[in-house]
Write a protein that binds this ligand. Structure first.
Ligand code: KIV
Length: 299
C-alpha cells in the first residue's frame, strides 16, 4: 500500500478526482430507462469496458453512460488467446472491483462462455450471482434468436439484458476466426431476425459487433431499443470500445474500427524505465522520500 492510499484510508477522505477538479458537474445516474430515452432523443450513448477499480473510477468520473465488464478481459488482462476460458468466478471478482468504483454509469457484466449455454435455468442462476454478489445492474449475453427464451427468463427475473450479435467472440470456433459478419443477403436477413427477436424477448439494448455499417444503420432504424456499435459504423445509437484497445495497452495491431486515444503502453514503459534508472543510480529514494526517527529517538 502506498503512503497516499494509506493516508487517504486513515484520514477518511478521498482526494478530488481529475474530473471533479475540473469542475464537471455530477450528472444523474444512468439507468435502463434513461438509455432508452437517449435513443428517443437521438443522443449518442457512450460505453467502454473496464475491469478494475482505478480505470472504472476514472471512466465513471469522465461521465460515460455504460461500463461493461467484458469477457474481453480474458484477452487483455489475462493474456489468453480468446474469451472462452474465463470462468464465472473470475468475472464476478473483476465485476466486484468495478462495482466499488462506479457511481453513475450503468454497470453491465458479461456472462462468460459456459455460464448460460447449458440451459436457461443455469443461465438465470448465474446471472443472479452477478446482481447479488457483484452488484451488476444488467448482464450481456451473446447470440441471437437462440437466446430468446433465456432473455425472457432473465427479464422475468428482473435482470435487464443486453444482447450481442454479429461478430460474437464466444462463437470464434463456429465462425472460423474473428470475421466481419452479415456480408451476404442471407446473413443480413438472419441478423435482422435475431435483432428483432431479442428486442421482442425483452433486451434493453443490443451490441452490434463487426458488421457492415449499412447493416448497423438498418438495425438501428428498425429497433426501438438502443444499438451499441463496435465495428458497426457511425449510425448506431451508441458506441463501445475495449478500454485497452483505445489506450494502446495491447500487443497486437488494432482492428480497423479501433481509434487510439492515448498511448498508455508507451507511458508505462517510459515511467518504469525511468524508475529503473533512478534505483540503479541511487537517485531514488531521496532524503525527502524517506521516513526519519522522531526527534529525541537515537539509534
Ligand atoms: O467483452 C467485451 O469487451 C465485449 C465488447 C467488445 C462489446 O463484449
Amino acid at each position: 500500500m502506498s503512503l497516499t492510499t494509506f493516508a487517504t484510508a486513515d484520514a477518511g477522505f478521498e482526494p478530488a478526482s481529475p474530473a471533479a477538479r475540473r469542475g464537471i458537474a455530477k450528472p444523474a445516474k444512468v439507468t435502463v430507462p434513461s438509455l432508452q430515452q437517449k435513443k428517443f432523443l437521438r443522443q449518442p450513448i457512450t460505453c467502454v469496458t473496464a475491469y478494475d477499480y482505478a480505470s472504472a473510477r476514472l471512466i465513471d468520473e469522465a461521465g460515460l453512460d455504460l461500463i461493461l465488464v467484458g469477457d474481453s478481459l480474458a484477452m487483455v488482462m489475462q493474456g489468453q488467446p480468446d474469451t472462452l476460458a474465463i470462468t464465472l468466478d473470475e468475472m464476478l471478482l473483476y465485476t466486484r472491483g468495478v462495482r466499488r468504483a462506479v457511481k453513475r454509469a450503468l454497470l453491465v457484466a458479461d456472462m462468460p462462455f459456459g455460464s448460460y449455454q447449458v440451459d436457461d435455468r443455469e443461465g438465470v442462476a448465474n446471472a443472479l450471482r452477478f446482481v447479488k454478489e457483484a452488484g451488476a445492474e444488467a448482464v450481456k449475453v451473446e447470440g441471437g434468436a437462440n437466446r430468446a427464451s433465456l432473455v425472457r427468463r432473465l427479464t422475468d427475473a428482473e435482470i435487464p439484458v443486453m444482447g450481442h450479435i454479429g461478430l460474437t467472440p464466444q462463437s470464434v470456433h463456429r465462425m472460423g476466426g474473428y470475421k466481419v459478419q452479415g456480408k451476404t443477403l442471407a446473413a443480413v436477413d438472419r441478423l435482422r431476425a435475431d435483432a428483432l427477436t431479442l428486442e421482442d424477448a425483452g433486451c434493453f439494448a443490443i451490441v452490434l459487433e463487426g458488421m457492415p455499417r449499412e447493416l448497423g444503420t438498418i438495425l438501428t432504424a428498425e429497433l426501438k431499443i438502443p444499438t451499441i456499435g463496435i465495428g458497426a459504423g457511425p449510425d448506431c445509437d451508441g458506441q463501445i470500445l475495449v478500454l485497452h484497445d483505445m489506450l494502446s495497452l495491447t500487443f497486437s495491431p488494432p482492428a480497423k474500427f479501433v481509434r487510439r486515444y492515448a498511448d498508455i503502453g508507451a507511458s508505462i514503459t517510459r515511467a518504469v524505465e525511468e524508475y529503473k534508472q533512478d534505483v540503479e543510480s541511487r537517485s531514488f529514494p531521496t532524503e525527502d522520500e524517506s521516513y526519519h526517527l522522531p526527534a529525541g529517538v537515537q539509534l
